[in-house]
Design a protein around this ligand. Structure first.
Ligand SMILES: C[S@@+](CC[C@H](N)C(=O)[O-])C[C@H]1O[C@@H](n2cnc3c(N)ncnc32)[C@H](O)[C@@H]1O
Length: 274
């Protein structure tokens, strides 16, 4: 360290600004991302993005442990989802047809839903439930996995729930053959649902109280080897708490979006030892 820097660091005010500059350098690139996103995207909620390649590898590695499946098998399912051209074309086409379609982004970005897809491909669930459908990006991806399972001789069905009667417009065509959306409050829909549920995904009302209530309602309808995915686990301990109470294992995956300002959400994974 030069003598001058040593001297300047002793002056509190100068060192204060130098330290603020050091810290802000870690975040300043975000403003460039925000500006680029502001100009290129029209999204204002339920943001979509790609994950970094390293983040996808970590997701695959974590799922290999949770689902007790070879990493290579998981990685192949990730590639399968990323390279499904029919699915991408379907999503882009249905998006364009939707009421605000001409303002929508023309790129399919799956983010953490890749992990949801892998769970369906590995577990071959008979019933998948997702609370909170929105446009239906998760729905159509999950149903694409169910169709792949069906082609391999494993039948399965998807039920999504949403309070918004306009939700789920992406779930159509061949994907609609294996799935449906039930409209109304999620808790009420779950109460009426017949199990057993093999894969449950919570992504509706993101208050932790509501999320915990969903787990309470679905508890008696879960199959013996069920897996639960929490889309709220980055900010809510509901799935972790439920897992402790029910003697289930819990792991958490943190997303790292590629080139997007959003810091990423995550996937809470609750499972029983198989
Ligand atoms: C984050 S979005 C779901 C995103 C979707 N899972 C996906 O993959 O893109 C949350 C959805 O939950 C729905 N929602 C909010 N509160 C709800 C409730 N009490 N019951 C059912 N759906 C609810 C909203 O209408 C919204 O469509």
């Amino acid at each position: 360290m030069s003598g001058l820097l040593k001297y300047l660091k002793r002056i509190w005010l100068l060192n204060f600004f130098r330290r603020l500059y050091l810290a802000s350098r870690t975040y300043n690139y975000r403003y460039v991302q925000i500006l680029r996103w502001g100009l290129r995207s029209r999204e204002d909620t339920n943001f979509t993005y790609h994950l970094t390649p390293l983040n996808i590898s970590y997701l695959a590695s974590l799922l290999a442990v949770a689902l007790k499946t070879d990493f290579a098998v998981i990685a192949a399912y990730v590639d399968e989802a990323l390279n499904d051209r029919d699915l991408q074309e379907h999503i882009l086409r249905e998006t364009q047809k939707s009421p605000l379609g001409r303002f929508a982004d023309r790129e399919v970005r799956l983010g953490r839903r890749l992990g949801w897809y892998v769970c369906v491909r590995v577990l071959k669930p008979r019933l998948v439930v997702e609370t909170g459908v929105d446009k239906g990006l998760g729905s159509v991806l999950l149903c694409s996995a169910l169709l792949k399972n069906r082609a391999e001789g494993f039948s399965g069905h998807y039920i999504g729930t949403d309070i918004n009667p306009a939700a789920g417009y992406l779930l159509s065509g061949p994907y609609g053959e294996v799935g449906e959306v039930r409209y109304g409050d999620s808790i009420e829909s779950l109460k009426k649902l017949d199990g057993p549920v093999d894969l449950f995904i919570n992504d509706s009302d993101h208050s932790s109280g509501y999320e915990y209530q969903e787990y309470q309602v679905i508890r008696s309808k879960l199959s013996e080897k069920s897996v639960l995915l929490g889309d709220n686990s980055d900010v809510s301990e509901a799935l972790f708490r439920f897992s402790r109470e029910e003697q289930r294992q819990f792991l958490y995956f943190q997303e790292k979006p590629a080139g997007h300002w959003y810091p990423g959400a995550g996937i809470g994974i609750s499972f029983v030892e198989r």
